[in-house]
Design a protein around this ligand. Structure first.
Ligand SMILES: Cc1cc2nc3c(=O)[nH]c(=O)nc-3n(C[C@H](O)[C@H](O)[C@H](O)COP(=O)(O)O)c2cc1C
Length: 351
């Protein structure tokens, strides 16, 4: 049997196999951030994954960046997520929630009227974001003061507590792709001169405090971290991403996290670097095929492989791998449309 199909334990998470569904924003929540019926169907269909990492979800209204993304802030959202986690658990699956605060990577049109775009420094990200009125440049963020930073750390903890109330088995801190933790870590977006900017130790501080706050809710063994060292997505500017990652990994080494989730999207040897400092389970992601995934597990490069794109059109991906069934192609035109089509209407393979 392929080692990809073996069960394993990551911290307090039980995985039926080593095939993880990567977190994917699909913009199918209601306008107020409540998870929809479509989402319930979509996650239920994919429950045979060893672990589902549910899409980037905002911990506060300021943390929202995109159209129709879900929140984990109020009771309606918690209750709707609970129905989803129940459905996944009924199928024997395991599901964690990715907590994602976008910081400066947003446009005011995509947030509630009272929400603000905030960041370590008042430096707009270079680029544009989809809004219902078309692509618009990222909004200029307002610089956070220290009391507000502490409050966001608290929001990560509250989001974690809310996620557990909603039945999630764990949570994942989104520390990749140029969102808020990465904005603090990267010198290009962090020009602060206080305890949260300047030296590497200071740039790591927010990341560390957020992760510690999440771990304090019910133990680090239910908390995962996703990073993507050296990936310039969303205007991340860091002259030495390897050194920043080293500082981060050293800073968090005391936390027995459930897993470290590595997106491989640069020339940095992220696996080698991570293994120097992180001794827990590694989830690898980024362009893996079944063959490459099996090789990576056999060579003990990682403990599980996360698949993004492959899960979109193949809800039964685990079965397809098990039986060597062909994979269906993704309809790229419907990635973010507010429709069932191209979302929860991809069928399982019929042999
Ligand atoms: C439609 C779509 C939405 C995504 N949304 C997220 C997200 O919310 N959070 C995140 O960390 N990564 C997100 N990603 C990145 C994926 O998790 C994954 O890293 C990427 O697809 C590469 O893996 P793959 O080569 O197996 O597809 C998204 C990717 C896609 C295709």
């Amino acid at each position: 049997m392929s080692r990809l199909l073996e069960s394993c334990n990551f911290g307090r998470l039980r995985l039926n196999n080593r095939i993880v569904m990567a977190p994917m924003t699909r913009s199918r929540a209601l306008d107020d951030g409540t998870p929809s019926e479509m989402m319930l169907e979509y996650y239920r269909q994919r429950a045979s994954a060893g672990l589902i990492i549910a899409e980037g979800t905002y911990p506060s209204e300021n943390g929202k960046g995109y159209c129709r993304t879900p929140g984990i802030v109020n009771q309606d959202q918690i209750d709707a997520w609970k129905r989803i986690t129940d459905a996944v658990h009924d199928q024997g699956g395991t599901i964690v929630l990715q907590v994602m605060h976008v910081g400066r990577c947003s446009h005011a049109d995509n947030k509630s009227k009272t929400a603000e775009t905030v960041a370590p420094s008042a430096i707009a990200a270079d680029g544009a974001v989809y809004t219902e009125a078309g692509m618009k440049p990222f909004s200029m963020p307002r610089e956070l003061d220290v009391a507000e930073i502490k409050n966001i750390v608290h929001e990560y903890a509250q989001a974690t507590a809310n996620a557990y109330e909603a039945g999630f088995d764990g949570v994942e801190l989104h520390g990749a792709s140029g969102y808020l933790p990465a904005q603090f870590l990267s010198p290009g977006s962090n020009h602060r001169t206080d305890a949260y900017g300047g030296s590497l130790e200071n740039r790591v501080r927010f990341f560390l405090e957020a992760l510690e706050a999440m771990a304090a809710v019910d133990g680090a063994e239910r908390v995962g971290l996703r990073i993507c060292p050296g990936f310039p997505f969303n205007d991340v500017k860091d002259p030495d991403p390897e050194e920043s990652t080293r500082g981060l990994l050293q800073g968090i080494s005391h936390l027995p996290l459930a897993y470290l989730h590595l997106m491989r999207a640069s020339t940095i040897d992220v696996i080698g670097l991570s293994k120097q400092y992180f001794k827990g389970p590694l989830i690898l992601n980024g362009g893996y095929t079944q063959a490459r995934a099996e090789k990576a597990i056999d060579k003990q490069e990682g403990d599980a492989i996360a698949f993004g794109n492959a899960f979109i059109a193949n809800p039964d991906l685990v079965d397809r791998f098990r039986n060597d069934y062909p994979l269906a192609p993704t309809d790229e035109s419907r990635l973010y449309t507010n429709t069932r089509e191209g979302y929860c209407d991809y069928p399982a393979y019929v042999a």
